[in-house]
Design a protein around this ligand. Structure first.
Ligand SMILES: [Zn+2]
Length: 179
């Protein structure tokens, strides 16, 4: 680390390192490459592994947590795929049980009727879910941007942005990132 910014609490730079660097060094789980010590603050390379790991965990970036990785599927898409596949099953049922034609077509008619009757409500709900998801993604994106700018001072166990005169205790990082 060539030129860490000054900590607003102790006004020194010797115990300061980028939060993202601490995180990455900590999750690396390997002994540090001697070459790395040129880029990384000395206090960090000297930190006992368990301590480094705990600090890295505390300074981890905001993540989407339990959110499902799959994107929600548009309800119309589900109906279209169903409509493409249905004739195959329909053909199978009707060629083996011609008597089932009327009830099967009635069930299909009820299904499509219900869908088009409720479509607007279903789509509104779907769009609401998308909006919630987009807002959450945006919050995390902004949180990661903020996280990339944060520096940690080991002397004060606090986080700060270069140029700011405010320092935040390291255990309040979530409030800082997802405010
Ligand atoms: Zn400090």
């Amino acid at each position: 680390m060539s030129n860490p910014p000054q900590c607003p609490q102790c006004n020194q730079t010797d115990q300061v390192e980028k939060a993202s660097t601490i995180y990455l060094v900590g999750i690396n789980r390997k002994p540090l490459d001697p070459q790395d010590s040129n880029r990384i603050a000395a206090w960090l390379t000297d930190l006992p592994h368990a301590q480094l790991h705990a600090l890295s965990k505390r300074l981890s970036p905001p993540s989407s947590g339990k959110q499902a990785p799959v994107r929600p599927i548009h309800p119309d898409m589900v109906v279209i795929v169903f409509s493409l596949v249905a004739p195959i099953f329909l053909y199978g049922i009707l060629s083996s049980q011609p008597g089932a034609t009327v009830p099967v077509l009635a069930v299909l008619a009820v299904f499509y009727g219900l869908y088009f009757w409720q479509r607007r409500r279903i789509l509104t709900r779907f769009e609401g879910q998308l909006a919630i998801r987009r807002a959450a993604d945006e919050r995390i994106r902004k949180g990661i941007q903020r996280w990339m700018k944060l520096y940690y001072c080991a002397r004060d166990n606090g986080l700060f942005e270069p140029g700011s005169n405010q320092i935040t205790p390291a255990d309040q990082i979530n409030g800082l990132l997802l405010q």
